[in-house]
Unconditional design. Structure first.
Length: 144
């Protein structure tokens, strides 16, 4: 089962709505500057439905999964793959491609690669508590 399917299954089993979960993970217009059509987001745009949000989330997660498969040359456990997909979904493919995390992992340095996750805690040169928590969770999953 791919990461997108697992996430959607967990969200459907959760008391949280998908819309709320998308707000929390930043997969909505709050955290995006580009619409589903590739154009800029405008405050006058109509809100999207939960089904549209789910389709966008799946598309973006599947893209992140493909990028992880393309950029990581070593065998991964399911947990490592999921953690890297979450990381890539959040920071983007270019960041993964340029990262020391990827370089160390492709050299087979699993523990050293895991130790790179906490370094990705900055936004606009500020440490964000949410990114600290996210990276700790990704690192824990990667090592599990």
């Amino acid at each position: 089962m791919n990461v997108a399917s697992k996430l959607l299954r967990a969200l459907r089993a959760s008391p949280l709505s998908l819309t709320y979960a998308l707000l929390m993970c930043g997969a909505c217009a709050m955290g995006c500057t580009v619409s589903s059509t590739g154009g800029p987001i405008d405050l006058d745009m109509e809100p999207i439905s939960e089904a549209e949000a789910e389709a966008l989330l799946i598309r973006d997660l599947e893209s992140s999964e493909g990028l992880v498969r393309r950029l990581i040359k070593t065998a991964l456990t399911e947990n490592q793959y999921s953690a890297l997909t979450s990381f890539t979904f959040n920071v983007g493919a270019g960041a993964l491609q340029r990262s020391t995390l990827r370089m160390k992992l492709n050299r087979g340095e699993v523990q050293n690669a895991a130790d790179e996750f906490p370094k990705w805690k900055f936004a606009n040169k500020r440490i964000l508590a949410g990114l600290v928590r996210r990276r700790a969770a990704e690192r824990a999953l990667f090592l599990a």
